[in-house]
Design a protein around this ligand. Sequence first.
Ligand code: NAD
Ligand code: MG
Length: 394
Amino acid sequence: MSLPPSVTVLGATGSIGVSTLDVLARHPERYRVHALTAHRSRETLLAQCRTHTPALAVLEGEGDAAWLRERLREAGLATEVRCGPEALVEVSEAPEVDVVMAAIVGAAGLLPTLAAVRAGKRVLLANKEALVMSGSLFMEAVERHGATLLPIDSEHNAIYQCLPAEHRGGLSRHGVTQLLLTASGGPFRGWSRQALAGVTPEQACAHPNWSMGRKISVDSATLMNKGLELIEACWLFDAHPSQIQVVVHPQSVIHSMAAYADGSVLAQLGNPDMRTPIAYGLSWPERIDAGVEALDLFRVARLDFEPADESAFPCLRLAREAMEDGGTAPAVLNAANEIAVEAFLDGRLGFAEIGELVSRVREACPFEPANELDGILAADARARREAWAWLGRR
Ligand code: NAD
Ligand code: MG
């Protein structure tokens, strides 16, 4: 009898990582946990190692790794502990791994996610920044190495479910006329530019429908998340930005849609719970229990739709423009945004200035072709330097 597939969870201690472990724990006979990784959350990782007994655990620093090694030894557990970015790559490409959940936040996830793709794994992609930075290179690597890429971002997972099983090669070949990317509108939907100026990190991180990590919560509040998702959708589904319409849908029950030439619009609905797309990615093409409550349409009662306000929320437009520019422009946008969000969360930048900082960095960094990983990483580094310099001048 063959062993069940073995799973590495990159970013196990985050919001997506915890939801992934919840789904895995419901199906101990179907999956094995190979490795769990975290940045610094050693206590949470220790608790996860006790429950899931992975072969390997990875932390960023040697001090934290030594601490975890000692606790695991005391507990009589055989989990081996490693540290540093190379260890993230190792647990992503190891031959004994079948599935990699890419759930690190930000550019830090690029190298291990790409390593999983290049090793031909089934890659469950939550880490949208990795694809935004390296779109063309990433998708070419998926093809070349025969990786199975399943989108976990709820919108892209919904679109994936609404498209024909074989959908590569351009949407129009499959009769798809438009992708309708839904957006909750975030906590500040309907707010004016002036009102947005005084927003605090606590307000920005209190999303009305989803509970998520702090970075993506801020991105959802600025609509940069929808911009990154637009770029993500272009790469995943071979779409031009003009084929994607953002639809604000405050109830977050429809997770996105595909419109077809015959007038049909297919949608995927469900309660806003990331365990649904995670379970889909793990079990595809089968379906398994995700622990998610069935959707009660009488309780939902109504579904509303409105256009996004791109003048109060310029980040969506900035992202669309970066995708239209192409090359390293999305990597520059992403890096500038990561620095802007960090600065906002640390109280060094106003909410309404996030878009301004991103825009300034885009102007300062001319885009170049993005065919090589080194060029992408150089563009990312340069954009971060420009962003820090701009913050320093203010
Ligand atoms: P989070 O902040 O809750 O968790 C991030 C995880 O990555 C943690 O385990 C953390 O330890 C690890 N990490 C952070 N920095 C790291 C570094 N430098 N090196 C190694 N590990 C690092 O984030 P999240 O909300 O779980 O989001 C993870 C990814 O999934 C993001 O790219 C996000 O955009 C995407 N995503 C999240 C949701 C959601 O509902 N949370 C939905 C769609 C997509
Ligand atoms: Mg999403």
